[in-house]
Design a protein around this ligand. Structure first.
Ligand code: GLN
Length: 229
């Protein structure tokens, strides 16, 4: 069938990096989230099932995993950037994001300027790391491999603050009342689903599904499910 030419093996394999709640996380031993639901719509359209591969973000964002055929798509709350476009292709944008600052409640750090001489946690290989390094001279950045380690470091005081995407930080604050988001940096990012460079057939299927889902209410339903007002 024509749909099978688009993917590896009768399955749609997705590279992602856990946890990145509410986009992807493990709950009751199941991997769930906004990105999972979105890619499920694509899998449904292709009449295959989605299989998720949890793998470090570095190999995802460099295109290495896609090129090595570790997976058909990459869905990891991943921002579309010019550098990444050199190594993989992106679907149409599916989510708007910006960088934000997380601190313990009452810590009074509300800008990179205020963190001079302090420790700022960043997640390795992310746009947040890049933003912090470019815009925070004199701020000591501390790298973490994943979001869970980064968030825990804020909670335990190992770092004074952390930079990451607004969606995941607001989700954390909602569940951790001893933390707060004190700034948003308006980086104007957009998430895209990654495919191997030149896999236009699959990329166009994804775009078609995103477009249809945005106009028929399925996108809104996913949004409301993962970002309850
Ligand atoms: N959106 C950020 C980026 O693309 C963070 C993604 C992530 O950590 N999963 O770099």
């Amino acid at each position: 069938g024509s749909s099978l030419e688009l993917v590896n093996s009768g399955k749609l394999t997705t590279c992602t990096h856990l946890p990145y709640e509410p986009f992807q996380s493990r709950q009751d031993n199941k991997i769930v989230g906004f990105d999972v639901d979105l890619v499920d719509l694509v899998a449904k359209e292709l009449k295959v099932t989605q299989e998720i591969v949890d793998t470090p973000f570095e190999g995802i964002q460099t295109g290495e995993d896609l090129n090595a055929r570790k997976c058909d798509v990459a869905a990891a709350g991943m921002t579309i950037t010019d550098v990444r476009e050199e190594n993989l292709d992106f679907s149409a944008p599916y989510f708007e994001a910006t960088q934000a600052l997380l601190t313990k409640k009452g810590a009074a750090f509300d800008s990179l300027e205020s963190l001079k001489g302090k420790k700022l946690g960043v997640q390795q290989g992310t746009t947040g790391e890049e933003y912090a390094k470019k815009n925070g001279p004199g701020v000591e950045t501390v790298q973490f491999e994943d979001l869970a380690l980064l968030l825990t470091a804020v909670k335990t005081g190992q770092v004074d603050a952390a930079v990451n995407d607004n969606g995941v930080l607001f989700e954390y604050v909602r569940k951790n009342a001893d933390t707060e988001v004190t700034a948003e940096f308006k980086t104007g990012e957009q998430y895209g689903v990654g495919v191997r460079t030149g896999n236009d057939a699959l990329r166009k299927e994804i775009d078609k599904v995103i477009k249809a889902a945005k106009s028929d209410g399925r996108y809104d339903a996913i949004y409301k499910k993962w970002f309850p007002a």
